[in-house]
Design a binder for this molecule. Structure first.
Ligand code: FAD
Length: 386
């Protein structure tokens, strides 16, 4: 028998926004956390992301709030408009109102820039690329991770932050593909200058709605020189062997026929359009087993229609770090139960509203989402959680 270790080794599988947030927050609490990521590296893929005040408060804790503020667009409002005539149907104040009311800024950014900012904050040697997890063995006293390149790693605690097709979820709950929702998202990022000829004045952050589809549009840079759209469009089938496919302006024109000239101008502005399936799972019966625990899309993938999927992954990471700190990593099962008790209700509610695609279509009060502070929310005992 060797000497008992004082610092538990925490392995995080997946360096998406949830996994990296977990690594940064756990290291801040004094834990030894290492990320294992299947990709050989990351590139600036064409997508934007909303970063609400609930997430900015977590970035403040990590020390990245000023860099994010300098990077992102600061919309004064979220507008909802009627797809055909452009009439404003909701106007949700953000900007200074968000800072004052929810305690931090509301930003829209390029997803690749946000991710790179997080990656750069991870200390050298704590993020291992080209490590695709293929095998897990929970030995009771520790866990062995086996990777596709034939190497292994040992850990006391393993966090599954490996997304919608999580290997950790599969190990805990069996093989089950996520459900294709019957909806796709088209995505395009392009220079705002491509819109100049249209003569329209574009909103910094707007969602165009009609009965069964929508287009969300916003700037992704502080200078507001790059614009982004992401849609939700019904499509009966999806070939699940494909993560995404190329789309086209012709397909977009057909999908948004009858929409306002501003939407047509957006479609005319960019020919490089990708199309992604929207996937879901029902709420999982368990989020942890033994030394394994999950966060983010691994345990609650959702439609992106509240723009809160990554936000929930980052909130999970912060709550998990808080619970491991409060309970101590030596009693990880109690810490995991406390973590789930303090995340399940909120994550499931966001999953449901995202599914229904009703968020901010009318002038509703968004404070239950944006006003939340994961560090000061009173902790619920596991016995009192759903
Ligand atoms: P992921 O981002 O999926 O990261 C998982 C990581 O694990 C990846 O890097 C992957 O390579 C790695 N991995 C997977 N398997 C393995 C393995 N076996 N071994 C090692 N590594 C592995 N959310 C928002 O908050 N705001 C938005 O505006 C927003 N817009 C969206 C728009 C669209 C069209 C879509 C589809 C989603 C959107 N989301 C948004 C949701 C958001 O993208 C996800 O909820 C979020 O990325 C989940 O983060 P994660 O860290 O849990 O998982």
């Amino acid at each position: 028998m060797g000497q008992p270790r004082t610092a538990p080794r925490i392995a995080i599988v997946g360096a998406g926004l949830g996994g990296i947030a977990a690594a940064l927050l756990l290291r801040q609490e004094g834990f030894d956390a290492t990320l294992y990521e299947q990709a050989p590296g990351f590139s600036r893929l064409g997508a934007g992301i909303h970063v609400g005040p609930n997430v900015m408060k977590i970035l403040r804790r990590i020390g990245l709030e000023p860099a994010m503020e300098a990077m992102g667009s600061h919309p004064d409002y979220w507008h909802s408009r009627n797809g055909s005539d452009g009439a404003v149907i909701a106007e949700i104040p953000l900007g200074e109102y968000a800072r004052r009311t929810y305690g931090a800024a509301y930003l829209t950014v390029h997803r690749g820039d946000f991710h790179q900012l997080m990656v750069d904050a991870v200390p050298a040697g704590s993020l291992c690329y080209d490590k695709r997890l293929t095998r897990i063995e929970d030995l009771g006293h520790d866990v062995v991770l086996g990777f596709a390149d034939g190497t292994t790693a040992e850990a006391d605690i393993v966090i599954g932050a490996d997304g919608v097709n999580s290997v950790i979820r599969e190990h805990m709950l069996g093989t089950e593909a996520p459900r294709y929702t019957g909806w796709v998202a088209h995505r395009a990022v392009f220079p705002a200058s491509a819109l100049a000829r249209s003569g329209h004045r574009f909103d910094p952050c707007v969602k165009w709605w009609s009965e069964d589809r929508h287009m969300m549009v916003y700037y992704v840079t502080e200078a507001q020189d790059e614009y982004y759209y992401v849609t939700g469009v019904p499509q009966a089938e999806w070939d699940m062997s494909k993560a995404w496919v190329q789309s086209s302006q012709e397909e977009m024109r057909e999908a948004f026929a009858g929409y306002h000239p501003m939407v047509q101008a957006l479609i005319d502005a960019c020919s490089d359009i990708t199309k992604w399936p929207l996937l879901e799972r029902d709420p999982l019966p368990l989020w942890s087993r033994g030394r394994l625990v999950m966060l983010g899309d691994a345990c609650h993938p959702m439609k992106p229609h509240m723009a809160q999927g990554a936000a929930m992954a980052i909130e999970d990471a912060a709550m998990l770090a808080r619970c491991l700190k409060a309970v101590g990593a030596g009693d990880h099962e109690t810490a995991f139960a406390l973590y789930r008790a303090n995340r399940i209700e909120r994550a499931s509610r966001v999953q449901k509203v995202s599914h229904d695609n009703t968020w901010l279509r009318d002038n509703e009060d968004p404070s239950w989402v944006f006003g939340y502070d994961v560090f000061s929310a009173p902790l619920v005992e596991p016995s009192r959680a759903a």
